[in-house]
Design a protein around this ligand. Structure first.
Ligand code: HEM
Length: 201
């Protein structure tokens, strides 16, 4: 029961952030919704930014369905096709463009490393999940996918911590580098310690 509630919550939050990002970046001028100090960087790297947002949003949209036991059992081919889009387009393109964006991320070395390591781990866990399933190791595939999607959810946790830091009135330039780590390290630890066992959703 608790797992079902958590699954529903994850689905809802993933959709909300993917919808927000897609609509915001498709409708509003680039950089209009980020901190003014980040705007110039975004304008100078338009392709990387758009690629990152649309590819990563697709990963957020597809990811939750891949964990549904029912869907995997009833539509195994759909799981395979969606998995290829999730990894080949969402994670690969979203991660590579995210890595590039990490180089010019706002907040200095702290943010460069926080987002940079997140990008490398996102790509690495995705590759490991793919290699595992190619050699037919379903359990290993699940374990790496749980790690991988916990990192995809960094997009959700980031958008919880950022407004929270603003509510508390903490300075953005101080909070942003911290949040670039906080948005994914706890996710990965939770995935590892609580959820990383055979699925029963
Ligand atoms: C998990 C791997 C990810 C990495 C490494 C990553 C990295 C980054 C970096 C470095 C930035 C720029 C920050 C700056 O310039 O200061 C950024 C911004 C952004 N990312 Fe990601 N990201 C990831 C996942 C996602 C996902 C899954 C989404 C899906 C919605 C997403 C959506 C965005 C958006 C919309 C922005 C623009 C800033 C904003 O509007 O809040 N990212 N990301």
């Amino acid at each position: 029961m608790t797992k079902k509630i958590l699954y529903g919550l994850m689905l809802l939050m993933s959709f909300a952030v993917a919808a927000y990002a897609t609509i915001a970046y498709a409708v509003f001028p680039l950089g209009s919704l980020v901190h003014p100090d980040m705007r110039i960087n975004f304008e100078n790297h338009r392709i990387a930014v758009y690629l990152h947002i649309f590819a990563s949003s697709l990963a957020l949209l597809i990811g939750p369905f891949q964990f549904s036991k029912r869907l995997r059992a009833s539509r195994p081919m759909l799981h395979r096709h969606l998995g290829k889009v999730y990894l080949g387009f969402g994670v690969a393109l979203g991660g590579l463009s995210g890595l590039l964006m990490a180089v010019f991320a706002y907040g200095g070395l702290g943010s460069n490393l926080g987002f940079g390591i997140l990008a490398v781990l996102w790509l690495f866990t995705g590759a490991r999940a793919y290699w595992a399933i190619r050699r037919g190791d379903v359990i290993d595939h699940q374990r790496w996918m749980i790690r991988n999607f916990s990192l995809t959810l960094a997009a959700v946790t980031l958008r919880i911590y950022l407004p929270l830091s603003m509510v508390f009135g903490w300075p953005f330039e101080l909070c942003y580098p911290i949040i670039s780590w906080l948005c994914w390290v706890p996710n990965l630890l939770i995935a590892e310690w609580i959820f990383n066992r055979p699925l029963s959703v």
